[in-house]
Design a protein around this ligand. Sequence first.
Ligand code: FES
Length: 101
Amino acid sequence: MNGHATGVTVGMRLFDVIEAQRVPFSSACGGRGNCHLCRVQITSGLSHLSPPTLLEKTVLGNVSLAEGWRLACQTEVQGEVAVTVPTPRRKQRPLAKPMPQ
Ligand code: FES
């Protein structure tokens, strides 16, 4: 997300901030914490967010959290932050090709 988001209040979920700005990003569960697709990277202001939830610790791990990755639907804004929102994939690739028979 580039630019300055307006209308953001302390305690808003980052998910809702990004949606309000109409920035395309990945989500398949509507912000309920089930899909784990709403990964965003905080480029500054990491200390201005709610602490990582147990779900984020489990899904992202310590390395990704240390690199600033968060699940937007699990993260509350408590101050000024800068966020990089990955471009959503248009099409999911299969994890493996079917075996020839
Ligand atoms: S939107 Fe699905 S886990 Fe965050």
